[in-house]
Design a protein around this ligand. Sequence first.
Ligand code: ADP
Ligand code: MG
Length: 699
Amino acid sequence: MNTFNVAETYESNVFNDKVMKERLPRDVYESLAGSIRRKSAIDPSIAGVVANTMMEWALEKGATHYTHWFQPMTGHTAEKHEAFVNFRGDRELVLEFSGKELVRGEPDASSFPTGGVRETYEARGYTAWDPTSPAFVKGTVLYIPTAFCSYGGEALDKKTPLLRSLQALDKQGRRILKLFGEPEDTVIAIDCGAEQEYFLIDESVYNARPDLIYSGRTLFGSAPPKGQDLDDHYFGVIKPRVLEFMQDLDETLWSLGIASKTRHNEVAPAQHELAPIYEPANRASDHNQLIMETLKSIAPRHGLVCLTNEKPFAGVNGSGKHCNWSLSTTSGENLLDPGKTPSHNTRFLLFLTAVIKAVDLHQDLLRLSVATAQNDHRLGESEAPPAIVSIFLGEELTEVLESIKAGVDRKSKERVSMDIGVVILPQFLKDTTDRNRTSPFAFTGNKFEFRMVGSSLSISGPLFVLNTIVADVLMEFADRLEKAADFHAETAAIVRETILAHERIIFNGNNYSDEWIKEAERRGLLNLRKTPEALAYLTKPENIALFARHEVLSPMEVESRTEVLLEDYVKTLRIEALSMLEIAKRNIVPAVLKCEEDVARTRLSKTAVSDTLGHRLEDALLGKLAELADALTERIDALETAFENAPEGGGTMELACYFGDEAIAAMTALRETVDALELIVDARFWPLPSYGEILYSVK
Ligand code: ADP
Ligand code: MG
């Protein structure tokens, strides 16, 4: 039997530790692996040997080119291929890849978003090799993960702040671990597993929807008679064609070193999910980008198109990307696992309360870390976590915190209070802790799951924010604990004070309910519904100071990132509005006219036959069509006017706010009319495949 060898395929295209160990001279390998392990700088003198070895390995895999692979602030990845060819002496062709070429590249930065950094410096940008994420071969190209920055060293990408935040969290976390007696050289592993949701539709319906082509989501479309009401898709039998796609996908992902683990149908028709096994956050972030790219590139082989947009269909579940996040020690002890002994419990409680405090203090940053025009449609819709940030802890853990707060023992036998006032936790059964799918930030036994992240977003933003805010609280805790005369008493005091001060962020109920919105308001929690409203918080002095304090973003980088995010918001809405206008004018209007003509002609010919024949149907339909046709022309004009009236000369924030209010209102109104027309216009004339046709297009 011809069986597929998963073990052989896994990482077969990755320049991983095993390959380095086999191929690099021993001293070079030791030096490189040591730097990666200790998270310290690479010795520049080994770069030449590493580059040459990498090239030879890549050539065996069929590569002809290499590329520095980076993640500009577009949220996509960028690559510029260089062949391994060079001339030596008198035009003698040689294959070459130097240490210099491995370590540093110089792409032109002028066409990437910089949010104003570029003006101050120059167009030149640099890419710098990130040895903590292994190089890989895809097709005929050797990909080298890199960070991307300006001539002046300002980060112009998504990776750099993530790397810096990992350093910051490691630094502060280590201070705490040292106090708990961990060895000096311990490092903190920050892990992430990002579950990816997506839709798969047939390419024929995709090609007939200009809105999907231009903006990745449907801008018109009325709800199908059967949506997700019956819940028959969730975990349902996977259709053979989809399964073939998934198998193809997994095999490619495995070869790239992505441990794709789980695959299943999601709640909405045509919606699916993939989850890889968690890994260090930086690699998880690179790998998530590769997952999104591979999803899109494999789909056409199966006559399919993959939609990663947050909300491709109104009224149908959107797609998220749950970021599972945890911290552990070098020896693999999960710091968010309650553990078996009282001292582990204390450490656990300290890290747990640090996260609680960080999330409460920085609700604004977490919210804005997932703010995009697309995700705004998802957050707060009935099936996605609301725009309000809160933490789900589960009943058991909340009870433990309650008893600490009250300073009393928990009653049950197996839980006794130690003299330091810290309760011994029972061992958690992971499965009993979380079945609350509505929480934006849920504790799930030994990790947190950040569920507000949108399906098309790079996870680096949410991750660097989370890492930084937790690092900041750990720094404060470490400052106090290092000075404390009685470490245990001080730890207990910190845990108790933190719970008392930040318990408002804990909510175990239904986040989708209207009551929660009111309750959250009473608790003073933020509810930032739209992206510009959320982004206004990024440049608050305390947030600028926070990122500067941990050297994650300089004040200038914060400013430039805000600018890029706002520009992206405006551009997205502009594309959507223009797409709507084009489709409305060139496709919808002619269809409505044709339908009106058809009905009117029927009405006339009927009367010609006999004026005693009934014509109530034709009259009613014509009346409704005429009424909606009037609304259609008014609303097209209104959207055009909204567009023309956009403020000029003001800042990007002003423009973003204008688009967020005026353009969205005009777009919503136009959509309402078109969707009403779709329900009465003869299907033969309607120019767009319906929701039903799209969502059930894969047979
Ligand atoms: P769920 O019940 O949410 O589906 P799973 O156990 O299936 O939970 O995990 C979902 C994702 O979380 C996977 O990508 C998994 O690898 C990741 N994950 C599991 N444990 C951890 C951890 N300790 N840290 C980070 N991610 C984790
Ligand atoms: Mg999950």
